[in-house]
Design a protein around this ligand. Sequence first.
Ligand code: 13P
Ligand code: 13P
Ligand code: MG
Ligand code: MG
Ligand code: MG
Ligand code: MG
Length: 376
Amino acid sequence: MEITLSVLKADIGSIGGHIQPSRALADKVLEVVQHKGRKHLLDSRVSWTGDDIAILMTHQQGPGAAVIHEMAWEAFLAGTEVAKLQGLYGAGQDLLSDAFSGNVRGMGPGVAEMRFQERDAEPFVLFAADKTDPGAFNLPLYRAFADPMNTPGLLLSPSLTEGFHFVIMDVAHTGRDRVIELQAPEDLHRIAALLRDPERYVVESIWSRHSGDQAVAASTSRLHNIAGKYTGKDDPVMLVRVQKDFPATGEILAPFSTGHFVAGGMRGSHNMPLMPVPLNAGTSYFDGPPIVTGAAFCVHDGKLTDPVDVFAHPFWDRIRDQVADKAVDMRRQGFFGAAMLPMDELEYTGITTTLDGLDDRFHVRPDGPEPLRQAF
Ligand code: 13P
Ligand code: 13P
Ligand code: MG
Ligand code: MG
Ligand code: MG
Ligand code: MG
């Protein structure tokens, strides 16, 4: 059966700052999805990662379907009302437009969708991250789909040996999408040259060159580009089909043991390591650290199994300890150098007012010896 998997996520309010949504908010979102989705949805799940609510849906309307997006939009609006009633922080934060216009792409919520013919066994993983941006997935995707040091399947499985087709978006481009298509392994160095800059170039999708099937769909929206000012980080979601012609689940999970530094954390303006955490975890230290959850499912005739929480396994406890050490290490240097993002990536732009105010007080020294300083 041909189905579409859609995941839409938004921050519509959270308890105690940017930590996590309330149970009542999540229940309302689920209730609206289930009620409004009776006609079109085959199945649905609602979960959260930090302060971001993700709605996972299976249906047959294809990617970008207005009826599906509108339903999610209405669920987010209803959840926002609960957030307001409870006095939650940042109620409706990611809903950047009041009027729904057919498709939520570019309106605020993050979206990842793919349409495919279900395999006999159809395992996939939903990844969701908070306090970071879509470039956070560049490293794990490169390692899982293009690096045989991570993915032995690229050597051991003939269909994987044929490689993968990468679609990469220039997220700094405004207006219509600017994308490039490259092939692993031939274009490996070109792919790496782009993905090294995760604030600019982001993997949008990956396809098997053996079967032509889509393996990955990732959200690429950057809220500060959409809104033109700070409205919250662009906390991303991603769907990854696994096994057979795609990497094994463990090959997709392995790169998350790096705890790589990503843009985000406090005020969306720092470099902090990405910590894999259990489903429905909140954030804490320094409004972070940036976190990622993974929910593994199988789907048949559009019906989802219960999720398996891939980062709940004891293995990840030790990784979390290591990532916490990295986070504290980086925070030791406060605002200096690599700890804070460069000026054009800061999500709070107040510092420019301070710097503008200092402009007049700069002076250029005249030639010759500096005159003796008078008292200040
Ligand atoms: P099982 O024998 O447990 O199915 O493992 C197969 C495999 O290749 C895991 O990577
Ligand atoms: P969120 O995008 O998760 O709301 O984070 C905002 C922030 O600035 C946290 O410090
Ligand atoms: Mg928030
Ligand atoms: Mg968030
Ligand atoms: Mg950003
Ligand atoms: Mg956000």
